[in-house]
Ligand binder design. Structure first.
Ligand SMILES: Nc1ncnc2c1ncn2[C@@H]1O[C@H](COP(=O)(O)OP(=O)(O)OP(=O)(O)O)[C@@H](O)[C@H]1O
Length: 199
C-alpha cells in the first residue's frame, strides 16, 4: 500500500507546482502534512498554516521521544534553524487516508526508514538541466530582490544531493519528466497514482 505520495526533485523541477496541483485535486483526496520549524514566524504567516512554529526545546523533546521523522538544520546568521517532520498523529497509516509530502531525497530515505518503503510512493520529477536553469532564472527575475548567487549554489548542490548514485541508492527507478507541458507531466503522475496508490 502506497499511503504516502512523496514528491521530490531538484530545484526548479516544478515540484511545488505539481504538489499544489495534486493536493488541490479533490478526487485524489491527498492530505497535506504540516512540517515544523524553529525559525520565527514571518509577517503574513500563521501558526499551523505554513509550518508549526516551535521553540528549540520542543524540537529537542520531540527528538528525545524519537518522534522526528526527518530534520534539516541550517546555520543562519540568526543561529541554527531546524525544519522537520514529526510523527504527531497527522499520518495514520491505519486510517485508510492518503497523504502527500514534498521533500529532499534524504527526507525520502528517512520516511522509508520510519514508515517502511512499501508505504511510500516516490514521485521523482526530472527536467533537463538547461531547461531547469532557464526556468529557475525566469522565476528569480520575477522576485523583487533576485538572489542569483543562491540560485547557482542550489543548482550545484543539487547535482551532488541528487547524484545518480544517490538516486539509485534510494531505490528510485521511475522518473517523471517535466520538460514539456506541465499538464502532460501531471497527467502522467495522476495515471501512476491511479495504478499504484489507488489499486
Ligand atoms: N512544465 C513546465 N513548463 C514551464 N514552466 C514550468 C513547468 N513546470 C514548472 N514550471 C515553472 O518552473 C518554475 C519552477 O517550478 P517550481 O517552483 O514548482 O519548482 P520547485 O521544484 O518547487 O523549485 P524549488 O525547489 O527551487 O522551490 C516555476 O516558475 C514554475 O511555474
Amino acid at each position: 500500500m502506497n499511503e504516502i505520495v512523496f514528491i521530490m526533485g531538484k530545484s526548479a523541477s516544478g515540484k511545488d507546482r505539481i504538489y499544489r496541483e495534486l493536493s488541490e485535486d479533490k478526487a485524489l483526496g491527498l492530505n497535506k502534512i504540516t512540517m515544523y520549524t524553529t525559525r520565527p514566524l514571518r509577517s503574513g504567516e500563521a501558526e499551523g498554516r505554513e509550518y508549526h512554529f516551535v521553540d528549540d526545546d520542543t524540537a529537542k523533546r520531540l527528538e528525545n521521544e524519537n518522534k522526528i521523522i526527518e530534520i534539516r538544520c541550517y546555520d543562519t546568521v540568526f543561529g541554527v534553524w531546524k525544519y522537520f517532520t514529526a510523527d504527531d498523529g497527522q499520518i495514520d497509516l491505519a486510517s485508510g487516508k492518503r497523504y502527500i509530502v514534498i521533500g529532499t531525497l534524504e527526507a525520502y530515505d528517512k520516511f522509508c526508514e520510519y514508515y517502511g518503503n512499501e508505504h511510500i510512493m516516490p514521485i521523482y520529477i526530472e527536467v533537463d538541466d538547461g531547461v531547469r536553469l532557464i526556468r529557475a532564472v525566469k522565476r528569480e527575475m520575477e522576485q523583487e530582490n533576485p538572489h542569483y548567487e543562491e540560485l547557482c549554489r542550489r543548482f550545484l548542490a543539487d547535482a551532488k544531493d541528487f547524484s545518480e548514485e544517490n538516486i539509485r541508492k534510494s531505490g528510485i527507478t521511475r522518473r517523471f519528466a517535466n520538460n514539456g507541458e506541465f499538464d502532460d507531466c501531471v497527467d502522467e503522475i495522476r495515471q501512476a497514482l491511479k495504478e499504484l496508490v489507488y489499486e
